[in-house]
Ligand binder design. Sequence first.
Ligand code: NI
Length: 254
Amino acid sequence: MYKNIFDTHAHYDDSRFDGDRDELLSSLSEKGVSSIVNCGCDLKSSLTTVALAERYSFIYAAAGVHAHEAQEATESDLEEIERLYGNERVVAVGEIGLDYHYDFSPREIQLEVFEKQLVLANRLGLPVIVHDREAHEDTMRLLKKHRPEGVVHCFSGSAEMAKEVLKLGMYIGIGGAVTFKNAKKPVEVVENLPLDRLLLETDAPYMTPVPFRGQRCDSSHIAYTAEKIAAIKGIDVQQLIDICNENAKRLFKV
Ligand code: NI
């Protein structure tokens, strides 16, 4: 069994955990999980995330408005979320970003809300957790403009784009997608990625790695993602997990 697993991206506030949330979270340490960053997507889930982080010492909180929820977020929601950053359990602004795959919010609103939160993160000195789905060009344009600290999570860009992200000093989050059969791009990204910029993540309850693809994901499944990445890099799995743990602690200052 592995130890020291730092899951840098999960959503344990999701309703799919309603039936067994406490039982599951309490069992994770026995499965080698030592730390988790839970990400909010709007005011409600950011508040739930902070409550989880206050209840479990190994959970840290990120608060923010996701691309999907950008349209629904009011000015007062954003103000209330901003107050959450005063809480010491909140370590990042996230998850924020752009999603041109689903386009649940109009793009101009996604861009406005994303940029507002990049400015806020820089003002507060907090790292960002960025979601980018089929919006690489606009994401890179705004990241280059504001140069935040942070991670592009569930990285879906090319190895070329990864280079640009690294040049900005940011980290790259790799999750279950790297284990999928058709994972050509993520494998290429990992091949070219320096180990000190890599973060492990699940995006639980989504993105479950093979061989559990399709089932509900939890942080213990990171073992399969780590095994795949370690094989690509030609290093020991526990060594990879330890390096990624150090990277996460450096970025989130925990
Ligand atoms: Ni997410």
